[in-house]
Design a protein around this ligand. Structure first.
Ligand code: URA
Length: 436
């Protein structure tokens, strides 16, 4: 490093603004190892406590983006727009949205992550599709994008490598919850995809990264400002994560929900969030003049099966078995399925997404440690949502498990996560705020 690391760390600690050259030097040190683990931890803690100006956050984001390869897609003529969600329970939107938006003439180069904890990752959901490959080379990623309008890839070590070391260090140093660090971590990886625009789905609620609405708003604001400073078009929606999205929780169960949705059977909340995000993507791409036209186009492409055809094309290009489109049983099934029955009569008073997400993890459907293996077939399928009237004995949900013992333990916990009350509660609005 050109600067003395301790001096830069102390400068941040004392509340001064770092220059772009100093930030670039620090990120160089992250990548070549000349910034030691203790120094990186101290720097991250200083940022976490003091914060960063928008200029510093933009410089950090660009330095992290440029720490690796930045993809370019010269043969793709369409506008390249991606969507990123801060993560939640039952959030399978990307699997539906990418083919839908591609069907409308936008290119969607999507590099997605694996899930950790109760929030599922798109890459884990795709792994539940037999044969589907997400370990694409950047060249193959570009070819698939050109051929069918969207491509899905797991992050390779080549894209924004600084983030890997920084994220791992944040994870063990109490520095995950910092808006400049979250902003730069998300955007560095997204900018490396070679996109023209990004729509952020910032989730807010008990199962979201940002539980509090003001924090979610601040993150949304920071992401939009820094993305624009980095030269891409940005829009963001603040959406509810105080209730699971859709009815299926767990990787292959969620894929089955997506396959049914592509055929028109889609839970209302999943449809509404997908269409709202898709509308923003079409507007950013400039392929529709206004939101009404964008929404109507997407509804038609969905209803007429065009999105499903694009999904099939992508599935074939990425090695997936297209038989799943005609028979969801080809996804496989957990050996033991148990019904969870209501113990009283009244209304579903809560569907706690955090508790349900944790049950899915404990069934083996998510990771506690980055190295954990996932069982794609386990999970929960809800039969009722918040505010539904139910009677004693009605099925609230099905638990899919590896063993009967697992299923029964999970069923008892699902019952606690879905209490029955006398008062009919309404769900919070799905889309709570828009920034564009
Ligand atoms: N997702 C990321 O990629 N990085 C963060 O810091 C938080 C969420």
């Amino acid at each position: 490093m050109q600067h003395h690391p301790a001096r830069l760390i102390a400068k941040k600690r004392d509340g001064h603004e770092l220059t772009t050259a100093e930030i670039q030097d620090l990120i160089g040190g992250v990548v070549d190892g000349s910034l030691g683990d203790a120094q990186l931890g101290a720097f991250l803690m200083a940022v976490c406590c003091i914060g960063m100006s928008p200029q510093e956050t933009a410089a950090l984001t660009l330095a992290m983006r440029d720490s690796g390869r930045v993809l370019q897609h010269p043969r793709v003529a369409r506008p390249k727009i991606d969507k990123h969600s801060t993560g939640g329970v039952g959030d399978k939107v990307s699997l539906l949205l990418a083919p839908l938006v591609a069907a409308a003439g936008v290119a969607v180069p999507m590099v997605s992550g694996r899930g950790l904890g109760h929030t599922g990752g798109t890459i884990d959901k795709l792994a539940a599709l037999p044969g589907y490959r997400t370990d694409l080379s950047p060249e193959r990623f570009g070819e698939v994008l050109e051929a069918c309008g969207y491509a899905m890839m797991a992050p390779s070590g080549e894209l924004a490598p600084a983030d890997r070391r920084m994220y791992a260090t944040r994870d063990i140093s109490g520095t995950v919850e910092s808006i400049p660090l979250i902003t730069s971590s998300i955007l560095a990886k997204k900018l490396a995809e070679g996109i023209d625009g990004l729509v952020m789905d910032v989730k807010c609620g008990r199962a979201a990264f940002m539980v509090d609405r003001d924090d979610a708003f601040a993150l949304m604001d920071s992401l939009c400002a820094v993305g624009r400073a980095a030269g891409i078009r940005m829009a963001a929606l603040l959406t509810d994560m105080d209730h699971p999205l859709g009815l299926a929780l767990g990787n292959s169960l969620e894929v089955a929900e997506v396959l049914a949705a592509l055929e028109g059977q889609c839970p209302d909340d999943l449809r509404d969030v997908t269409l709202a995000l898709g509308t923003e993507m079409l507007l950013l791409a400039g392929v529709c003049a206004d939101a009404e036209t964008a929404m109507a186009n997407l509804q038609r492409l969905w209803r007429d099966g065009v999105a499903r055809q694009v999904f099939r094309h992508n599935l074939e290009l990425q090695g997936g078995d297209p038989r799943v489109l005609d028979d969801a049983n080809a996804l496989g099934r957990a050996p033991c399925v148990v019904a969870v029955e209501a113990q009283g009569t009244g209304f579903v008073a809560d569907v706690d997404p955090l508790r349900l997400g944790q049950i899915v993890v404990d069934l083996g459907g998510g990771r506690r440690q980055p190295s954990d293996r996932i069982d794609p077939h386990v999970g929960i399928v809800l039969k009722h949502v918040l505010g539904d009237p139910v009677r004693t004995g009605d099925v609230l949900a099905f638990v899919h498990a590896r063993t009967r013992t697992d299923a029964e333990a999970a069923a008892a916990r699902v019952l606690a996560a879905m209490p029955i009350g006398e008062e009919r509660r309404k769900r919070r609005p799905l889309v709570q705020q828009r920034m564009a």
